[in-house]
Design a protein around this ligand. Structure first.
Ligand code: ADP
Ligand code: MG
Length: 241
C-alpha cells in the first residue's frame, strides 16, 4: 500500500532522514520505535506529505505522492488518516461536529448520513453518549478516541498514529490501545509511532527500529524483541523494556 524509496529529509543543515526504504502492506500494523529525535515523526509526516521530502519517493496505492499536486494529492491524502499525540480536536465544536466537519465540507454524503455514521463510530470507540458534549468535558483518553473516530469518518485506507498515548494519564492509555487493537483486528492498515512496547510486541505485524534517521533494524515483533541483531536496537530495548 505504501512504498518509501530512498527518502531523505533535511531541515536546513540538519539531515533528519537519511535514506529510508519501507514497504507497508494492506492490513498490516507497523510499529515504529526508537529514541526521541531519531526522525520518527518526520518520517510519518513525510508519508502523507505533511512534510515535503528533500528527495526520494513515497508511493501510495501506486501513486507517487512526491510527484503529485493539487486536487489529486488532496484526494490521496484524504485516504491517509492521522492521529496525533495532542488530539487536535476543535474546542468550540461538539464531539459529533468534530467528526462530521471534514467529510461535510468535502460533501462526502448528506449531513444526516454523516451524523449517523459519526454516531456509529462513537459507539465503536465506546463514546456514544458523548456525541453532544464539547471536548473540554472529556478526559484525554476520550479525546483521543474521538480523534480516532474522526479519522475513521473519512474511510481512510491507512491511519498514521504519532505517539497516540504519550500525552495521556497512565490510567487511560489502555482504553485507547484497546480501540487501536480492535481496528487492527478488523484489518485496518496502521502505522504507529509508539513508546508502548507492549502494543508493538503484541499487536503489530512488523516493527521498525529507527535511530539517527536510519532504519537500523526491522522485522517481526518476535525477532526485534527477542532476538535483536543490531547493537543500537539491543541498547534501546534494554532501556525501555
Ligand atoms: P522523533 O519523532 O523521533 O522524536 P522528530 O522527527 O520529531 O523525531 O525530529 C527529528 C529531528 O528533526 C530533530 O532534531 C528535530 O529537531 C528536527 N525537526 C523536526 N521537525 C522539524 C521542523 N519542522 N523544523 C526543523 N527541525 C525539525
Ligand atoms: Mg515524534
Amino acid at each position: 500500500m505504501i512504498k518509501v524509496k530512498e527518502l531523505y529529509k533535511s531541515f536546513g543543515q540538519n539531515e533528519v532522514l537519511k535514506g529510508i526504504n519501507l514497504n507497508i502492506k494492506k492490513g498490516e500494523v507497523v510499529a515504529i520505535i526508537g529514541p526521541s529525535g531519531s526522525g520518527k515523526s518526520t518520517l510519518l509526516r513525510c508519508l502523507n506529505l505533511l512534510e515535503k521530502p528533500t528527495s526520494g519517493q513515497v508511493i501510495f496505492e501506486e501513486n507517487d505522492l512526491t510527484n503529485t499536486k493539487g486536487t489529486k494529492l488532496d484526494q490521496l491524502r484524504q485516504k491517509m488518516g492521522m492521529v496525533f499525540q495532542g488530539f487536535n480536536l476543535f474546542p468550540h465544536k461538539k464531539v459529533i461536529e468534530n467528526i462530521t466537519l471534514t467529510p461535510l465540507t468535502l460533501k462526502k454524503a448528506s449531513k444526516t448520513e454523516l451524523e449517523n455514521q459519526a454516531n456509529q463510530l462513537l459507539k465503536k470507540v465506546g463514546l456514544e453518549e458523548k456525541s453532544n458534549v464539547y471536548p473540554s468535558k472529556l478526559s484525554g483518553g476520550q479525546k483521543q478516541r474521538v480523534a480516532i473516530a474522526r479519522a475513521l469518518a473519512m474511510n481512510p485506507a491507512v491511519i498514521l498514529f504519532d505517539e497516540p498515548t504519550s500525552a495521556l494519564d497512565p490510567e487511560v492509555v489502555g482504553e485507547v490501545l484497546a480501540v487501536m487493537k480492535d481496528l487492527a483486528k478488523e484489518g485496518m492498515t496502521m502505522v504507529v509511532v509508539t513508546h508502548e512496547m507492549g502494543f508493538a510486541k503484541n499487536v503489530s505485524d512488523h516493527v521498525i527500529f529507527m535511530d539517527e534517521g536510519i532504519v537500523q533494524e526491522e522485522g517481526a515483533p518476535e525477532q526485534i524483541f527477542e532476538n535483536p541483531q543490531n547493537e543500537r536496537t539491543k541498547q534501546f530495548l534494554s532501556k525501555v523494556l
